[in-house]
Design a protein around this ligand. Structure first.
Ligand code: GTP
Length: 599
């Protein structure tokens, strides 16, 4: 049957190990695209990249190959390359039967190699190890094979060696995909079920959803329903992707991979992981497993530096969210920063991408508050809630338990830098799990670590402690109850709301000292004394004062009458007190930002 000739596969790799280069080479060698097309595609892809931003899976492509006189269809299903998109990666892998595990033969296994391979194993894929960059003199494929066997635990006796750059060894990879990756096993006589593994917004066509036909088939003109979102649409066009270009077809059957356009307005209606079924069959057809709602894990406030930009910012957010089902935003009015938004993201990278797009594509100047995670609260009355910002925390007396998200952190570091890297993990409340040694002086370290500690510049710090050699990956595992408290800051007895943070009790003193010091350095001296206090409830943990600059009232007194001098000083003191009572300290917003940035 035709599906015996289909091979659905992904390429998994650590960043820079050559995934895109190998994909290009596969398309070229199979004659799917010519070198000329490739140039054009590169230009187009920059547009698409602009349009699509983060989950760029340009390389999804269908290739036709003849092998031993038989025609095969190879569907390469692209996966996004970053830890924030584990869910999207897992859905792409769920659409495949096999994966090429690409490892740079000059570098060896890295953190994302492991993370991706774990996902591929969970999806029961046939894994074909490929050692890339074998054209380089520093390539050591034998050592790296050993490393893959030791660390990943897959047999490398048939590992392929190639250079994606020169094309050497790539034809053997194509043969290996046909031989090693199983064909889809289902037959066509079941009701339609399609797995959506990617969806993106196109300015002309609305949302385009990429899918794998898991059961049955789909035809143009059919009425479809997204099982989880419950939305129904009429199929306008279905087709296949050939090197970035869409080619319409009439029908796609079981095992095949394609796209659908159906006048869908936002990716929220056609989410990755959803199941497309035929409208009217929802009572008899089950959704495919593995669908999850996008859950933001990292939160921050985004404020326009120019208060007049608020409306422009709202409309930018609305446009971005057409194409980003995981972006969460909600207006907020902050005393210190004015009108802006509270936002939620999948992770720190997602946050940075959105921020950068707002600045670059929408020309907005932004103030970003410190990132925060989500906390689960168990209240004494037995109810549960979640909060994302310290100011949302109810009075401690009502709270039975505060839980914070933990992740499993894997770092690969050169042995000579292990000490400082482990120190960092402990400092950040990491719980040590294991160390395993890779070949040639590298170690894989595993920790369980609070997510809140990871989003505070952890990766940058890890990189600097390993002279740039460490790689890392993480996965959220659970929420755990901890001794977490709200650290607040008062300036002359007035609480500075944007500075409140949720902090683990063990780190309170360190944070409090840092905050009071920054404020003392950043707030200019005033005519009144400024008292800065960092506190938990009523307990003051750290404080700092800024002396008043005195108006030189004594200058008038010619150094003569001492009682007159005293009177004047008293008058001045009274004036100061009044000012203090209303907490009238001129705190520059740079001071607030300095605290937010450095803690
Ligand atoms: P991301 O897109 O960042 O995930 O990286 P990637 O894994 O797709 O890697 P990419 O294909 O962009 O390759 C990274 C770098 O390695 C590029 O500069 C490539 O030109 C280079 N490269 C890829 N394959 C080879 C190879 O076989 N030999 C050599 N010498 N360089 C290669």
């Amino acid at each position: 049957s035709p599906e015996d000739r289909i091979r659905n596969f992904s390429i998994i790799a650590h960043i820079d190990h050559g995934k895109s280069t190998l994909a290009d080479r596969l398309l070229e060698i199979t004659g799917t695209v010519t070198k000329e097309d490739m140039k054009q595609q590169l230009l187009d892809s920059m547009d698409i990249e602009r349009e699509r931003g983060i989950t760029i899976k340009l390389n999804t492509a269908r290739m036709n190959v003849e092998e031993d006189g038989k025609d095969y269809v190879l569907n390469l299903i692209d996966t996004p390359g970053h830890v924030d998109f584990t869910y999207e990666v897992s859905r792409s892998l769920a659409a495949c039967e096999g994966a090429l595990l690409v490892v740079d033969a000059t570098q060896g296994v890295q953190a994302q190699t492991l993370a991706n391979v774990t996902l591929a194993m969970e999806a029961d894929l046939e894994i074909v190890p490929v050692l890339n960059k074998c054209d380089l003199p520093s390539a050591d494929p034998d050592r790296v094979c050993q490393e893959i066997e030791d660390v990943v635990g897959i047999d490398c006796s048939n590992a392929l060696q190639c250079s994606a750059k020169t094309g050497e060894g790539v034809p053997a990879i194509i043969k290996s995909i046909i031989d090693a990756v199983p064909a889809p096993t289902k037959s066509e006589d079941q009701k339609m079920r399609l797995l959506v593994f990617d969806s993106f917004y196109d300015n002309y066509r609305g949302v385009i959803a990429m899918f794998r036909v898991v059961d049955g088939s789909i035809s143009k003109g059919q009425k479809i329903r997204f099982k989880n979102s419950g939305k129904e649409f009429l199929v306008e066009e279905i087709g296949i992707m050939i090197g970035g270009a869409r080619r319409p077809v009439q029908k796609l059957a079981v095992g095949e991979v394609g796209y659908v356009c159906a006048n869908i307005k936002t990716v929220g209606d056609a989410r990755v992981g959803d199941t497309i079924i035929e409208a009217g069959t929802e009572d008899e057809v089950e959704a495919l497993p593995g669908y999850t709602e996008a859950t933001p894990m990292v939160f921050c406030g985004l404020f326009p530096s120019e208060s007049g930009d608020f409306d422009a910012m709202r409309s930018a957010f609305e446009k971005l969210s057409l194409n980003d089902a995981a972006l969460f935003f909600q207006p907020e009015n902050s005393v210190a920063l004015g009108l802006g938004f509270r936002c939620g993201f999948l992770g720190v990278l997602h946050m940075e991408v959105v921020k950068e797009r707002l600045e670059r594509e929408y020309d907005l100047d932004l103030i970003v508050t410190a990132p925060s995670v989500e906390y689960q609260l168990l209240m004494k009355d037995g109810t549960e809630t979640t909060i994302q910002f310290a100011n949302m925390l109810p009075p401690p007396i009502d709270i039975a338990e505060i839980r914070e998200p933990y992740c499993l952190l894997e770092m690969i570091v050169p042995e000579e830098h292990m000490g400082p890297c482990m120190e960092l993990a402990v400092q950040r409340r990491g719980i040590y799990r294991t160390t395993s040694f890779l070949t040639q002086g590298r170690a894989l370290l595993e920790y369980e670590m609070p997510m809140a500690e990871m989003i505070r510049d952890f990766f940058a710090e890890l990189k600097s402690r390993s002279r740039g050699y460490a790689s890392m990956d993480y996965r959220i595992i659970d929420f755990r109850a901890n001794d977490l408290v709200k650290l607040e800051v008062d300036i002359n007895k007035t609480t500075a709301n944007p500075l409140a943070q949720i902090v683990h009790r063990s780190r309170v003193t360190e944070f409090a000292k840092k905050i009071t010091k920054i404020l003392r350095d950043e707030i200019p001296a005033q005519q009144i004394k400024v008292i800065i206090q960092a506190r938990i409830g009523t307990h003051i943990v750290s404080s700092a004062n800024i002396k008043a600059v005195r108006k030189d009232v004594l200058a008038k007194c010619y150094g003569g009458d001492i009682t007159r001098k005293k009177k004047l000083l008293q008058k001045q003191a009274a004036g100061k007190k009044r000012m203090q009572a209303i907490g009238k300290v001129n705190v520059p917003s740079e001071a607030i930002l300095a605290v937010i940035k450095q803690t």
